[in-house]
Design a binder for this molecule. Structure first.
Ligand SMILES: Nc1ncnc2c1ncn2[C@@H]1O[C@H](COP(=O)(O)OP(=O)(O)O)[C@@H](O)[C@H]1O
Ligand SMILES: [Mg+2]
Length: 234
């Protein structure tokens, strides 16, 4: 369970202070798919950054199964993130001058796995996004859609319990976008991992168990499933 409690984020100070998030609270049951929906500038990315401990809130807390990430020291938060979470931010984290294989193996270097096991897992992830034949191609030579698929491979290679995706289908043609979306939902099903996705895509939002609408840094509404969760474990 993820619990977000009275989260606020103010950027800048005094005259330049800007409230990007104000008193945001909600909880997400493990294994759910959650869409964060709102106009550009409404605070969606800020919410993701603060939830994952990549950025600090001005006030409020975020708790994962009782562990308060917003109280952790940076090193502790980094280790927690490496073991529990993955991210798909637009073309984020992709190392243009490294091969696809190297890119997918990188998160595992942080997570400390043996080399042969890392290779095996990286190949499996590349295969899942249909990029295995590009394993030795430098990331910079991929098309936009392929780069995004590489970002997905990299995010799923550690089989994260929690996956954050910030507009994963933005800038993609609809076929590639659909493919990415299917992969994300497959992962959610296969591993009962939690998926939190920022999106403008109505179709994608509709597929999620829960929709959080934000406007000007505040929660406007939360649509939650009426019935209990799809048989998954809590
Ligand atoms: N580092 C920052 N410093 C100052 N203002 C910021 C910073 N990051 C984001 N903002 C502002 O906070 C608001 C929310 O931004 P963001 O979370 O990126 O919105 P969204 O992802 O919904 O488009 C915007 O008005 C943006 O300009
Ligand atoms: Mg954003």
């Amino acid at each position: 369970m993820i619990e977000v409690k009275q989260l606020s984020k103010v950027y800048g100070k005094k005259d330049t202070a800007f409230t990007a998030l104000q008193d945001v609270s909600f909880s997400v049951p493990d294994g759910s798919t959650v869409a964060i929906v709102g106009k550009s500038g409404s605070g969606k990315s800020t919410l993701m950054h603060v939830m994952s401990g990549l950025d600090h809130p001005t006030s409020g807390s975020v708790t994962f199964d009782g562990k308060v990430i917003t109280d952790m020291k940076p090193k502790e938060a980094d280790a927690f993130r490496a073991s529990e979470m993955s991210f798909i931010f637009q073309a984020f984290f992709i190392e243009a001058n490294r091969t696809c294989m190297d890119n997918v193996m990188l998160p595992m270097e942080i997570a400390k796995t043996t080399r042969s096991r890392r290779q095996q897992k990286a190949e499996k992830a590349l295969e899942a996004v249909e990029l295995l034949e590009k394993r030795d191609t430098k990331a910079r030579n991929l098309s936009g859609g392929q780069k995004q698929r590489l970002a997905v491979a990299r995010a799923i290679v550690n089989e994260p319990k929690l996956l954050f995706a910030d507009e994963p289908t933005g800038n993609l043609d609809s076929v590639t976008g659909d493919r990415i979306v299917s992969m994300l939902f497959e992962l959610n099903k296969k591993l009962s991992s939690t998926l939190i996705v920022v999106t403008h895509d109505e179709e994608l939002a509709k597929k999620c168990d829960m929709r959080i609408h934000i406007k000007d840094g505040k929660i406007r509404s939360i649509e939650e499933p009426k019935s209990t969760k799809k048989g998954g474990k809590k």
